[in-house]
Write a protein that binds this ligand. Sequence first.
Ligand SMILES: *[C@@H]1O[C@H](CO)[C@@H](O)[C@H](O)[C@H]1NC(C)=O
Ligand SMILES: *[C@@H]1O[C@H](CO)[C@@H](O)[C@H](O)[C@H]1NC(C)=O
Ligand SMILES: *[C@@H]1O[C@H](CO)[C@@H](O)[C@H](O)[C@H]1NC(C)=O
Length: 319
Amino acid sequence: MKTTSSHGFHSASLCTPYLLLVPLGLLAVLLVLPSLGSSHVRSDGLGVTLCRRAVTDGYSVASGADEKAVAETPPEFSLLVGVLTMPKRRERRDIVRMAYALQPPAPAGVARVDVRFVFCRVDDPVDAALLSLEARQHGDVVVLNCTENMNDGKTHEYLSSVPRLFAREPYDYVMKTDDDTYLRVAALADELQGKPRDDVYLGYGFAVGDDPMPFMHGMGYVVSWDVADWVSTNQEILRHNDTHGPEDLLVGKWLNIGGRGKNRYDLKPRMYDLNWDMDNFRADTVAVHMLKDNRRWAAAFRYFNVTAGIKPSKLYHLP
Ligand SMILES: *[C@@H]1O[C@H](CO)[C@@H](O)[C@H](O)[C@H]1NC(C)=O
Ligand SMILES: *[C@@H]1O[C@H](CO)[C@@H](O)[C@H](O)[C@H]1NC(C)=O
Ligand SMILES: *[C@@H]1O[C@H](CO)[C@@H](O)[C@H](O)[C@H]1NC(C)=O
């Protein structure tokens, strides 16, 4: 998918490569909520302008780069970021959306990064109604065919559904992350730029037993498309009922048993848990985890100067 979008944003810094698209033709396999209606250009109120893509079926947010330049320079790679969340965590999702929308994008020409919020089946009619509005408004909702859970196969469902869902336009990399992780897309893109596109497993590594290959912490890890594809076709994982338990451990286990993800990269210390005193932020952060309440998100936005980006106005005074 090319980012052939029209202009119409307020300023380049407010546009991110946070692409919004309609996951088309997937309804047979998954329940992807219908997203986005008609109309040309609209604003979602965050200063991000959604632009009707001329040729195909979705919307994208302009990357801030010149349209022609973007069209002529396809990005070096593409990355799907799946943020696993739940219908009830609506306020958190708003915060996370802003966190992605208000950060510097990966440089045009380097990476196309699409962020999606990933759910299991939504049975509650109230949740379903509200989530369908979210899907209409943001176009970034993916609902998998599973029952909501953290350690009971949702990650497996995600990794194994993505190759089917996005088969028409495969990504180079697929990421799984959570709604208590602040991911800095440009920093991650910078790390990925020089990496192989195949057989990759990258994240915050931790050791398991005397296994020489680190496992990647569930706060956020990236696998290359071939690895997700391998997970999706590997019947052994299901046969051994190997989808129940701590999801990050299991992913590492599948890959080690299958001899996959041999290009393994540990991004410690650029990926880390925020400590209790919130005093271990780093300027070169790729991802910081454990943002479990608004106070901790606020600290992250302050530290990374996101709040400093507000324009002076007589209409508000925010200390
Ligand atoms: C969802 O999964 C269930 C159980 O695995 C299956 O019976 C059903 O057909 C699936 N639904 C869709 C829409 O794929
Ligand atoms: C798979 O594991 C789960 C959790 O340990 C268990 O509840 C379930 O019965 C198992 N299923 C099979 C088919 O063994
Ligand atoms: C935030 O801005 C201050 C002042 O300009 C600067 O010193 C600091 O390095 C910035 N922090 C980050 C994480 O970029």
